[in-house]
Write a protein that binds this ligand. Structure first.
Ligand code: FES
Ligand SMILES: [Fe+2]
Length: 415
């Protein structure tokens, strides 16, 4: 880990031409360099092409939450996707959850349309049956000595009301720890679980939470707040930033008062609480500490790509609020807190979806980022993302980048 200076000590290249024409030329050069594995004219020989961040696939060799526990009922299946890969989650009659490729080895139909019988899934068509390791254990019209190959299984663990799956190379699952879920298990906190699909690439979500300079977007909910970046750090696989906030005008919203358990006045002397936002790939956390170092809010959040092009994601968030001294106050105020946070999330969702649409209609990531924290974050997401795989002519501007193909072998072999 090494400390890096706050914003004012960073240099920003003000001479960069951010015009679309310039960016288009850069993008074309980038595409040429990428596809031909050669440097485009005008690029310095040692200047590697930069990957379009919005096309960088999330790396599959991590644990991702794919469902809330309550969505996978006992004796039932539940179909989900990870970056376009169909996955079926099933809870057996003994209560155990497992994850398989959601594709019957026989005719590829989704296994989530089948039924859980005992500790297995039986496909709804001809009744081929798979155990929790994906092995085919029964074909009703064949003898047991002639069973075909089964389907892929995924490492799967259930903690704190979330079902985590390891969608990448299963050999790495044991080495990769499950994430620390913040204060969700701590009785001193009350946790709100939230999440929904958002129609954008996960990188927009990371940027949105980490860049607190967008308070203007929330001016109707929060009044006039000014965020100040007071420090940032980065290390292997992570980036974090500290902020303080000052209310420049308007009233403190009630939802915010619940979080802090205190009233913050308008004016300059109200910016002592520190918010730390961290992306520890591929997860994100946001913590608020008071001057007494009390952790009053602790958010853990993950963004799981749904489609193969990763233009949609499902958010899984655990928002833990420290209970104030008077018992029951937080429960009473909870509906208001939910209402307040929902309104903030709605504004964020609408703007990141607008960013995705702009990226798609304009053809590439031409962002002109001026905030060093976000440039660090963008570099981190590029470095940690899945390697690009070019698969041929594109549907849009240049080439299609297939993010990840996790299917190993031929699922129909020996059938
Ligand atoms: S398609 Fe699944 S058993 Fe035939
Ligand atoms: Fe926001």
């Amino acid at each position: 880990m090494h400390a890096v200076p706050p914003l004012e000590q960073d240099t920003v290249d003000a001479t960069v031409d951010a015009s679309p024409a310039h960016a288009a030329a850069q993008n074309a050069a980038h595409a040429a360099a990428t596809t031909a594995h050669a440097h485009a004219p005008g690029h310095a020989a040692n200047h590697a092409p930069v990957r379009d961040l919005r096309r960088v696939g999330i790396h599959p060799d991590y644990w991702y939450p794919l469902a809330w526990s309550h969505e996978v009922k006992r004796g039932k299946t539940h179909g989900v996707t990870f970056a376009g890969d169909p996955i079926v989650l099933a809870r057996t009659e003994s209560g155990k959850v497992f994850a398989l490729e959601d594709r019957c080895a026989h005719r590829q139909v989704p296994l989530h349309q089948g039924v859980v019988t005992g500790e297995s899934i039986r496909c709804g068509y001809h009744g081929w049956t798979y155990d929790c390791s994906g092995k085919c254990v029964d074909v009703p019209y064949l003898g047991r000595d002639r069973l075909p190959n089964g389907v892929r299984s995924y490492p799967c663990q259930e903690i704190e009301g979330l079902i985590f799956v390891f969608p990448g190379n299963a050999e790495f699952a044991d080495q990769r720890p499950l994430p620390d879920l913040g204060s969700v298990a701590d009785k001193k906190y009350k946790t709100r679980r939230f999440g929904r699909p958002v129609n954008c690439h996960y990188s927009f979500m990371h940027e949105n939470l980490m860049d607190m300079n967008h308070q203007f977007l929330h001016r109707k909910q929060m009044g006039q707040m000014r965020a100040r970046s007071v420090g940032r750090r980065r290390g292997e696989g992570w980036v974090e930033v500290d902020y303080t906030f000052a209310r420049m005008a308007g009233q403190q919203p009630f939802g915010e008062a619940i979080v802090f358990g205190q009233s913050r006045r308008t004016g300059s002397n109200n910016d002592k609480d520190v918010m730390t936002i961290r992306t520890e790939y591929p997860y994100q956390t946001l913590q608020i500490r008071t001057t007494e170092q009390t952790l009053v809010m602790n958010l853990w959040i993950a963004y799981v790509p749904l489609d193969r092009e990763q233009r949609t994601n499902r958010t899984f968030g655990l928002l833990s609020i420290r209970k104030p001294g008077i018992p029951g106050v937080l429960n009473l105020a909870w509906p208001l807190l939910v209402w307040f946070t929902e309104r903030i999330f709605k504004e964020d969702r609408e703007i990141v979806e607008a960013e995705q649409r702009a990226h798609d209609s304009q053809g590439a990531d031409w962002n002109h980022e001026v905030f060093p924290v976000i440039n660090d974050l963008r570099a981190l997401l590029r470095e940690c993302g899945a390697p690009d795989q070019l698969v041929g002519a594109g549907t849009g501007d240049t080439v299609v980048i297939r993010f990840w193909d996790s299917r190993h072998g031929n699922p129909l072999a020996n059938t």
